[in-house]
Each structure stands twice: as C-alpha cells, then as structure tokens.
Design a binder for this molecule. Sequence first.
Ligand SMILES: NC(=O)c1ccc[n+]([C@@H]2O[C@H](COP(=O)([O-])OP(=O)(O)OC[C@H]3O[C@@H](n4cnc5c(N)ncnc54)[C@H](O)[C@@H]3O)[C@@H](O)[C@H]2O)c1
Ligand SMILES: [Zn+2]
Length: 367
Amino acid sequence: MPTPSTIVQLGERSYPIYAGTGLIADFGATCRLHGLNDPVAVITDRTVAAYHLSPLLQTLRRSGFRPMTIVLPPGERQKSLRRADAIYTSLLRGGIGRTSGVIAFGGGVVGDLAGFVAATYQRGIPVVQVPTTLLAQVDSSIGGKTGVNHPLGKNMIGAFHQPRFVWADAAYLRTLPRRELISGIGEVIKYAVIRDEVFFRVLEAGLEDLLNLGEDAVARAQAVCAGIKASLVSSDECERGERIVLNFGHTIGHALEAAGRYRLLRHGEAVLLGMRAESAIARALGLLSGNDGERIDALIRRVPIHAHIGSLRPAEILAAMGHDKKRAGARNRFVLPVGVGATRVVPDVDLRLVRTALRELLSPASQ
Ligand SMILES: NC(=O)c1ccc[n+]([C@@H]2O[C@H](COP(=O)([O-])OP(=O)(O)OC[C@H]3O[C@@H](n4cnc5c(N)ncnc54)[C@H](O)[C@@H]3O)[C@@H](O)[C@H]2O)c1
Ligand SMILES: [Zn+2]
C-alpha cells in the first residue's frame, strides 16, 4: 500500500494525496481502505479510457468492486450542466446510491465535472480523484473546487466538495500529449513563484528534466505543488483569504483564454503568459526587482509554448477582464510577485500599466 505523500488537513474531512509512479495495483485496496462502497462509478474520457482504463477496472474488481463506467468525449465542452444531467441519469439507472462513490479518472475537465456530479447527486456522495494530466496532478484534483461552465462564463456553476483521496500516478503522464504537459508546467512554475524560491532554483537548473518527464523531477514537482496547495486549502478552504495567491497569473491568464474563445490557448499556457504580464506589472509598480523579474521571465520563456497570440488585441483582453467602455470604473485585483517565492494582493492597478504589459506580451519580440 503506498504511503500518502501529503495530507490535506481539514478536520474530519482531511484526506491524503498518494503520489508516485506505477501505483495502480493498490488502487482498489485503497478505495476499500477509505470506505468506498459498491457499486462505484468510474467517470472518464475516451482518450484516458483507451490508454489506462483496463488496469484501473482490474484492481477495482480484484478488491471486490463491480464498477460501472461512464466514458465521455474529451474536451472542455463536456463541462456543462447538460452533460452533468446525462451522468445523473446513468448513475440512477446504474443503482448508484448515497453510500456509493464516484471515481473521477482524467484531467481537470473530468475532475471538475465528476466532482460536481458527486457534490450534487443525492445531496453529495464520495468522490475519489485520479488525475491523469500534470495540471490535474499538481493542481486541479486537490482542494475540492468542482464545477461546470455556463454559456455566460467558465466555471460559473459549482460547489466545494473535497475528495476522499487523490491518487496521482506519474505513470499516466507518459501518454500525455506534449502540449498538455507544457500546460501543466505553467501551474508548476506558478507554485514556485508564489511560495518556494528553492524549488524555483531547482526548475532553473533542470526545467528540461521536467519537460522530459524525468522520474525525480516529476516526483519533486508533485510533492512541492501538492504540499503548497494542501497547506493553502487547509487554512482557507473556500478562498476567502490566503488561497487567492493561487491566482497569480490567472487574472490576465483567464482573460487571454476568454479572448481566444477557449480555443487558442490551453489553461496552463494562458497562465504562463499571464504570469509574464503580471510580473511586468509588478516591476512597473516597483514591487518586484529587475533581477527577480528577469529570472521569472527567463524561466517562463524556456517553456516552449506553441500558441500564436499575435492575433489578440489588448482591448479584447481588457474587455474579458471586465474593463470595457460599458463598465468604466470596474475594479480589479491582482496577485503580484514581490520576489521569487512571495506575493502581494494589489487592488485597483492602473489600467495603463495593464495595457502596457499586454502590449509587451503581444509584441513579436516577446514571443
Ligand atoms: N478545480 C480546480 O481547482 C481547477 C484548477 C485548474 C484548472 N481546472 C480546470 O481543469 C481543466 C483543464 O484540465 P486539463 O488541463 O487537465 O485538461 P483536460 O482534462 O481537458 O485534459 C487535456 C487532454 O488530455 C487528455 N488526457 C488526459 N490524461 C491523459 C493521459 N494520461 N494520456 C493522454 N491523454 C490524456 C484528455 O483526454 C484531454 O484531451 C479546465 O476545465 C480548468 O477549468 C480546475
Ligand atoms: Zn490554473
């Protein structure tokens, strides 16, 4: 049985994160250990299912479960109330009851959707998160944020619902497309910048090890990121205070994603670009030294992003942040780095600074 690498401390709802490589054989027994009852429903997408579903079903069956499986098409469009409703129907037909559980097996899309279904089905049933992308392993599977999109906004419908445990097996990452790996590295760098200067130096020295999925590099990234996220979630489960630092790179990142109609950029790619622009704002405000700003920018620029953002315009991005002519005077709030490993929340940043940072980011010289 693997030992937990991190515990998210939340009183009687505390839960472990199991991380490592090639853990699958013990998964069924770990579900038993955490009190999951039959029948369980495994929710996944077609791509993950094709590569990885059968060993997961085998270990569940060996531990006496009779899993039902719900296999969705891959992609962000699945994060909808319509899809959630179709899943409720399958769960009802499959006899999933209040004491059964859901296993969310996939990237952040499956994790958010299956987590939301578990949070709402029969007023909430247990969920286990089995993340299969780097982004989900270091970030989205931990912390209990679940949800779906609304036509008027991403992640607008949701609930906090903590999992029984998180099972982050690095072996899944071997089949991950490179673009998805790079997207996950965006969140990894975010953790280093907000909280861990030592880890930042590790990335400076060996970013390529992570890009090549070196076992030690992945294990360290999983451990550091899960540790930081667990401690932030433990002290501020519902994001009323400290947890907000996880939004570094996301104010501009989310706006870039929206301006690109969610087709141009993967989430982590948008975060990489958002962190560059937000670091530039911190420099312009005199909060971040030129030297630290250079280090952050240089590390991010070593990540080979392939999206072409040259077609975006600063005005569109500002509009996606809620700053357009109709909403003159709208307020903003940024999490800005004040060094490598430390941040400050800054309200009401002058839009001229934001516009300048966006212009720099979009300029051909910067790409
Ligand atoms: N809840 C949170 O705290 C939180 C945090 C960050 C992001 N998110 C959400 O996460 C989502 C993005 O997640 P994501 O980046 O993991 O994307 P994703 O779930 O869409 O997965 C990316 C692609 O990789 C494929 N895939 C997944 N695992 C694979 C594997 N092991 N091998 C091969 N292919 C694999 C998927 O089929 C999909 O096509 C967004 O919806 C975002 O809003 C949530
Ligand atoms: Zn993110």
